[in-house]
Write a protein that binds this ligand. Structure first.
Ligand SMILES: Nc1ncnc2c1ncn2[C@@H]1O[C@H](COP(=O)(O)OP(=O)(O)OP(=O)(O)O)[C@@H](O)[C@H]1O
Length: 326
């Protein structure tokens, strides 16, 4: 990928299926090394977009470049430079972890001399080197997912597409998968493009795009998206709640009320406000708690639906991808 070029660059991308305009002229760029999250309710157009990026669907209009290559004119170059990790396991349970990777390396034409060292490198990265000789059917769910990630990395892709990488895994395993994803970015300077329905996971992304009805309706860092939703919630415990409520109204023009036994109010930037509060309230404060709008609030405000309603829509694009590649 030429230096300075985005890992993914999308311009006026459109995809129509007959009368259905699934993707309506979207634009965005993903920088090399970014962890980029793609969220949206069912039918928003996420899979259609990703299928175009992975060269499995031809755009109706517009253009996209992945790893510096045009998805239509340089399809094979794009394919060589991307890795896919999909939800449905396609590992062979009757082969060992290492044998699964060897098979994949052959499919991808990884030069033989490089295969052994590369397998060791990716297995060590996901903590499976010691277990490489065990049959995959004896692996736990988390180990299988880690092996799939290792497999997606085997041919050293510049951009790794992950479809809900931790769905169905227990919280501890999800945390460890995320550790691998972060390590991966550090070690391989790879760009990671992922879909997720877990908002806590979306928090781990450098930036998030929210898609709805064929359009990108929001794209920013998790922090900026949450800040854009509105105000933080501040709760204080005081020596005299009535006096505090009166002082908040009198000195700051804030309307506060008692909630859960705490003086509660909303303010644009809670953390920045706290020092002023201590300095100027004139009523002793015993404790303070600032909470931010969550990404759930962000999702709701842009799409009118909760992320939970958007769940269970795991798509077949990765499956389709593998079938078409294989
Ligand atoms: N091959 C196709 N033929 C006709 N319509 C399609 C086709 N693929 C997708 N669509 C339509 O395009 C729109 C976008 O679908 P898409 O699968 O891209 O959404 P999505 O955001 O991936 O949803 P999900 O969260 O369910 O995976 C939907 O209205 C869908 O019905």
């Amino acid at each position: 990928m030429p230096s300075g070029e985005p890992a993914v660059a999308v311009e006026g991308l459109v995809k129509s299926f007959g009368d259905v305009e699934a993707v309506r002229g979207i634009e965005f760029e993903v920088e090399p090394g970014e962890v980029f999250g793609f969220l949206g309710p069912n039918g928003a157009g996420k899979s259609t977009t990703i299928n175009m990026l992975c060269t499995l669907l031809r755009p109706t209009a517009g253009a996209a470049r992945v790893a510096g290559h045009d998805v239509v004119a340089e399809r094979d170059d794009v394919r060589r430079n991307i890795g896919l990790v999909f939800q449905d396991p396609t590992l062979d349970g009757y082969l060992s972890g290492e044998q699964n990777l060897r098979f994949h390396a052959e499919l991808y034409g990884v030069p033989r001399s490089l295969t052994g060292p590369r397998i060791r490198q990716v297995l060590e990265m996901v903590g499976l080197w010691e277990r490489r000789r065990d049959l995959v059917r004896l692996y736990s769910g988390g180990m299988k997912r880690r092996l799939e990630i290792a497999r997606g990395l085997l041919h050293s892709p510049r951009v790794l597409f992950l479809d809900e990488p931790t769905v169905g895994l227990d919280p501890q395993t999800r945390t460890s998968i995320w550790e691998y994803i972060r390590e991966l970015r550090r070690a391989e300077q790879i760009t990671i493009f992922l879909t997720t329905h877990y908002m806590d996971e979306a928090e781990n992304c450098d930036r998030i795009a929210i898609m709805d009805r064929g359009q990108i309706v929001a794209l920013d860092t998790p922090e900026a998206l949450k800040a854009g939703v509105g105000k933080d919630r501040v709760q204080i415990r005081t020596a005299d709640d009535s006096a505090a409520i009166a002082a908040l109204a009198g000195r700051f023009g804030l309307e506060a009320r008692l909630a859960e036994g705490l003086v509660t109010f909303a303010v644009a930037s809670g953390e920045a406000f706290v020092p002023r509060l201590f300095a100027e309230l004139g009523v002793p404060i015993r404790s303070v708690n600032v909470s931010r709008p969550s990404l759930d609030d962000v999702f709701m405000s842009f799409t009118g639906t909760t992320i939970r309603d958007a769940e269970g829509s795991s798509k077949d694009w990765m499956r389709l991808a593998m079938r078409q590649r294989g």
